[in-house]
Write a protein of this length. Structure first.
Length: 262
């Protein structure tokens, strides 16, 4: 058993006895051994950081369930730890139903549509959508009634939330004119495109003498900006997809269209 050297004795072995005593609670570099610190809240500390910035150092962490989240906490004795599992409850959100439909994103679940609106010549509709980091190949919409007599650009496009054109589809004139209520889509003209997670606009533009009607939800008034975001806006008099637009100065819409990204 380790002990301190005895004054007046232990000649020739003082160093060995003292080192043996100190090694009970110290490592060779002078730091304390873990077993030397009592396992209680007065001595144990956990450093908590957010995005690399230290928030605080405390003896206890308290996890709180937020909106649409569930915490499962398990005392994992064999591994000497506590496991915390965070589950997001988004079963009814557009992201969850989009995944079930094989889509990267959609402006809203299709079950929320309540009406249809004609897309007259030169009207360019923009719908805000949240997308994950992924590679996309096509854009789509739910066409309720067919159009006829294409006389210009008919298709869809993807924009950044700030309003810069990313890419547009090949012509969707034939799809807009097909006699059926159906979901129609068009491939991006530039091919598959990798995007980062964030907000984007999906746009639809039609030039047909007989306007096609697209599925939407009708609102009680023009949809206002929410936290600086403009969910649904439109421009008039557009011969082609504009290279850029300013959401804040576009016309606020009183409907949200069902647009998709895949």
């Amino acid at each position: 058993m380790a002990r301190l050297p005895t004054p007046g004795s232990d000649d020739g072995s003082w160093g060995t006895i003292l080192n043996s005593f100190l090694s009970v609670s110290h490592n060779g570099d002078g730091t304390l051994r873990g077993a030397a610190i009592p396992a209680d809240s007065s001595t144990q500390r956990v450093a908590v950081s957010k995005a690399g910035t230290t928030v605080g150092t405390r003896p206890e962490l308290n996890f709180i369930e937020g909106a649409n989240t569930t915490l499962t906490v398990t005392d994992n004795t064999p591994n000497n730890r506590v496991d915390v599992t965070v589950t997001a409850n988004i079963a009814n959100g557009p992201e969850q139903s989009a995944s079930a439909l094989g889509l990267a994103g959609q402006t809203m679940p299709p079950s929320q549509t309540t009406t249809k609106f004609n897309i007259n010549n030169g009207i360019c509709i923009f719908g805000l959508v949240r997308l994950p980091s992924t590679t996309i190949t096509a854009l789509g919409a739910w066409k309720v009634n067919e159009g006829s007599g294409a006389n210009g650009v008919c298709g869809m496009a993807l924009y950044t939330e700030s309003g810069t054109l990313i890419d547009q589809t090949v012509s969707m004139a034939a799809a807009f004119a097909n006699v059926a209520s159906e979901w129609v889509s068009g491939n991006l003209s530039g091919g598959a495109r990798a995007i980062t997670a964030g907000n984007y606009y999906v746009a639809l533009l039609s030039h047909m003498s007989g306007a096609p009607a697209m599925a939407a939800i009708s609102l009680i008034t023009d949809l206002p900006p929410i936290n600086g975001h403009y969910p649904s806006v439109y421009l008039t008099g557009q011969a082609t997809f504009p290279a850029s637009f300013t959401p804040a100065t576009a016309v606020k819409n009183n409907g949200v269209f069902y647009f998709t990204v895949q």
